[in-house]
Design a protein around this ligand. Structure first.
Ligand SMILES: *Cc1c(COP(=O)(O)O)cnc(C)c1O
Ligand SMILES: [Zn+2]
Length: 449
């Protein structure tokens, strides 16, 4: 990394504080003898504090305007991508970077699908099946699999790689269950940086691995699980001066906040009763929780939704802690078919705990069977998602059955990744398709069966 910061980086970082989530010690966004800081001296994870703008009514206007502004000719290639990004549209609440420094695909702008029994529209019979399965009248599913590389990780990565670029980093690295590495590889390639990704050997789906390799990342398969890869990459980055972009990086969380802001904008700034999402490393629980907290502080909304974070039963350290009233931080050896949430020691535990507590939320667990059953419902509805994402619907169903979520409450669920991310797990395989001779008679026979 460069010894001196670009003026733009210095200016941006001067407006930022990094605060330890464990002991509240704060650090300047930019330090003398600059070196990137990812942890507090006490070992705690750091959270970005930006000065929130005073008054919020103009923000709503600004965000709505950016979403609706038609392009000008000639195109302004510095601002066209950021203004149309579902992350940078909210940059006053994310990271105040001048538009020309932003590295964006653009990302976000994902659809919010009505899928409840009452709210999904007369013709959308497939999606209504989801509502029946959930047992909810008013349900929306936010499909983050519609991001450029097929998962919500792009929302954090655009901010992380923009920061890396401001800092003059030549190389960036992460440990990943697959989606973070796919995203990092794509954004690093766009920024002309070297990407190095650490994957748990044998635990990453073929599609995600293919993305990292295709985008040109140096792809290292670690002999160990995700948690081992995570520990390794932190040491490698420290010793080799590579900019670290896994969920320890505080700026990625800021980017993922945009899921919350975008949901609110799509709901015309009405907060739902519940926000339900898969929980692995807990970055999303932390980020979306922070977004709603800030929206509430700015009076953009009148109440916080209750958060329900859903874990796979075989990868449930957060659930175990929750069941003890968060008396103890738990770790497990993770086992689940949902590889994106196969995490035994989540990095963002403390931030996520705060979200559950302050939103009067909860943590639930679902079995792999429940995840796969819910995935089949989502896939057959025409939406489709990767296995980890389906834990959202499995969790909603369980919570509705248990009487925790009421049938009439307004629920937003997050689908985190695209169906094509994992073409092996929980869907019919090639052998289940039908081979026929190329004539109508043969097809007629098949259809009559
Ligand atoms: C990363 C990821 C998750 C886990 O999200 P956390 O923020 O780490 O809890 C869930 N689903 C998909 C598809 C992911 O890529
Ligand atoms: Zn600390």
């Amino acid at each position: 990394m460069k010894d001196t910061l670009t003026p733009a980086a210095a200016e941006t970082l001067e407006t930022i504080l990094l605060r330890c989530v464990e002991c509240s010690t704060s650090y300047p966004g930019i330090e003398a003898g600059w070196a990137p800081r990812y942890r507090c001296q006490c070992g705690g994870v750091l959270d970005v504090e930006i000065r929130l703008p005073a008054g919020a009514s103009h923000l709503r206007q600004l965000f709505d305007q950016r979403a609706a502004t038609p392009p000008t000719w000639p195109l302004n290639t510095d601002t066209m991508l950021p203004d149309h990004s579902g992350v940078w549209r909210y940059r006053e609440l994310i990271l105040p970077v001048p538009a020309q420094f932003i590295i964006s695909r653009p990302e976000g702008n994902t659809n919010l699908y009505p899928a409840g029994i009452e709210n999904c529209g007369a013709g959308r019979i497939g999606h209504r099946q989801i509502g029946h399965y959930a047992g909810l009248e008013r349900l929306f599913l936010k499909h983050e699999g519609e991001n450029p590389t097929g998962s919500f990780k792009d929302r954090g990565m655009t901010v992380g790689v923009t920061m890396a670029s401001l800092l003059g980093a030549q190389a960036v690295a992460c440990a990943s269950t697959g989606n973070t590495s796919a995203s990092l590889a794509s954004y690093a390639a766009q920024a002309g940086m070297r990407a190095i990704v650490f994957l748990p050997a044998g635990n990453v789906s073929a599609g995600k691995l293919a993305q990292s390799l295709a985008y040109g990342a140096t792809t290292i398969q670690v002999d160990g699980d995700f948690d081992a890869a995570m520990r390794l990459v932190e040491r490698v980055c420290d010793e080799l001066g590579i900019y670290l972009l896994n969920s320890l990086n505080p700026y990625r969380v800021e980017g993922q906040k945009s899921i919350g802001f975008e949901i609110l904008q799509q709901l015309n700034w009405q907060a739902p009763d519940w926000l339900v999402l898969p929980a692995g490393n807990l970055g999303n629980t932390s980020a979306i929780g922070k977004a709603f907290r800030q929206a509430y502080q700015l009076s953009l909304i009148s109440h916080m939704p209750r958060f329900a974070s859903i874990q796979a039963a075989g990868a449930n350290p957060f659930y175990r802690s929750f069941r003890q009233g968060f008396a103890k931080r738990e770790q497990v050896q993770a086992h689940t078919v949902a590889t994106a949430i196969k995490i035994g020691d989540p990095v963002s535990y403390t931030r996520a705990r705060r979200v559950i507590e302050e939103s009067n939320g909860l943590v639930e667990e679902v079995t792999d069977e429940e995840i796969l059953a819910a995935k089949t419902i989502i896939d057959r509805s025409g939406l489709g998602c990767e296995p980890a994402s389906a834990s959202t619907l499995a969790g909603i169903r369980k919570l509705v059955e248990g009487g925790v979520i009421k049938r009439g409450e307004l629920v937003v669920g997050i689908l985190t990744g695209n169906l094509l991310k994992d073409s092996q797990t929980g869907i019919p395989q090639r052998e289940e398709s039908v081979a026929v001779a190329a004539n109508v008679e043969a097809v007629r026979k098949v259809l009559q069966q």
